[in-house]
Structures are given as structure tokens and as C-alpha cells.
Write a protein that binds this ligand. Sequence first.
Ligand SMILES: NC(=O)c1ccc[n+]([C@@H]2O[C@H](COP(=O)([O-])OP(=O)(O)OC[C@H]3O[C@@H](n4cnc5c(N)ncnc54)[C@H](OP(=O)(O)O)[C@@H]3O)[C@@H](O)[C@H]2O)c1
Length: 201
Amino acid sequence: MKSLVLGANGRTGRQFIDQALAAGDHVTALVRSADRLSDLQHPRLEVRVGNPCDPEFLASVMSGHDVVVSALGPRVPTKFAAAIYSDSASAILHAMQQTGVTRLLVTSSALLFPDQDLFGRVMKLAVPPIVNAAGRMEALIQDSNLEWTIARTGFLTDGQADTFQTSDRKGGTVSRAGVAHFLRSEAVNGQHIREVVGLSA
Ligand SMILES: NC(=O)c1ccc[n+]([C@@H]2O[C@H](COP(=O)([O-])OP(=O)(O)OC[C@H]3O[C@@H](n4cnc5c(N)ncnc54)[C@H](OP(=O)(O)O)[C@@H]3O)[C@@H](O)[C@H]2O)c1
């Protein structure tokens, strides 16, 4: 298995890299500047520096990979930062069409599920830029002919347990290790191709 990981320096991205390398995979990690991931070295890890919203750059690194994994997400809940969801999706889809790589796994927000409890409804009102940009990302991906899987989560924790549960109607609090475990399982087994999956602990 050879994975191209976007958002590789993020907390879920790093969990995915750790788990994939431990399982014997090859990983190409995409970071936005050379100081990112500089603490991580492994013979089966290649780090590439570039913009995940640049389709030509993405296409230049994507060929030969079995799966593209995006754990990109905004570091702050502003409209400008949240655009990383939709801007990267557009570039990823373009690069995948160009290179013939077909398997795509992305992380998204459980706030996109239609049925929300009171807390979810309040959160949706609190972070409209995230809901809107993640929604645009998902629409682009779901309109594509790729073998995509979208993992929607609630709050992420840094807990060590990598367990997760799946649902087609809600997501909850779950560890980043659990999300990474789901993503790698999907990369290997493909049980949820063209499905939106809610994750919780
Ligand atoms: N945190 C939560 O509670 C929560 C809840 C629901 C869904 N999610 C989603 O779950 C996924 C993983 O979350 P996380 O908390 O593990 O992520 P994170 O640690 O915040 O990492 C986000 C990653 O996205 C990258 N990134 C953000 N904006 C970028 C830009 N403009 N250009 C290039 N790279 C950019 C960051 O790069 P740098 O490392 O260079 O900054 C980082 O690698 C994300 O999709 C997130 O939105 C998170």
C-alpha cells in the first residue's frame, strides 16, 4: 500500500502516517512548508513540500499511489481558513483525474448530518464557515466518479485508543487514532466505497 497523505503534519495526519508505517506501508506526506514533519524520518516515508490546493503540484506527486488520504482542515474556524476543505477538494479531484488514481479518503464534519441534537444545532450556528466549506468539499467529491469515502466526525481527541464505531446518520467524539485506524482500514479493505461514514468512539 502506498498512500499520499495531505494534512500530513496535522494530528490525524500524523496518526495515519504512524499507523501506515507500522503496518509496512509506503507513505508520501505532503506538507506546506519544509519545517513541518521535520522531526519524522523513516525509510518508507517521503516528505514533499507544496500547496495542496495546487492541482498541477498535486498531480506531479500523485502518480503511483494506491490511495489519497486528506486529513486537511482549518486550524481556526474562519471563512478564509475553512476554504482549505473546498479548495483542496477541487485540486485533489483534478489531480486524480489527471493521474488515474481512483481511491480517495477524506475527513469531514459530523455537523453535516441532517439530524442534530441541541448541541449539534448550536454548533452549526457557531461555525457556519466550516459547515459551508465542508459541504462544498463533499458535494464536489460526491459528484465525482472516484472511489471516495468521507469520514465525518464530531470532536477529536488525542486519546490513545484507536477504536471507532461507524454510522450512516451521526458522528461523535472519537480519537484521532481511531479516525486514522478507520482511514487505513478503508484504504486496505474498501468497505465503504462511495459512502459517507459517521465515526464515534
Ligand atoms: N478537531 C476537531 O475536533 C474536528 C472535528 C470535526 C472534524 N475535524 C476534521 O478532522 C480532520 C483532522 O482534524 P485534526 O484536528 O487532526 O487536524 P489538525 O491537527 O488541525 O490539522 C489540520 C491539517 O490541515 C493543514 N492545513 C490547514 N490549512 C491549510 C492550508 N491552507 N494549506 C495547507 N495545509 C493546511 C494543516 O497544516 P499545518 O500543519 O501546516 O498547519 C494540518 O496539517 C480535519 O479535516 C478536521 O477539519 C476535526
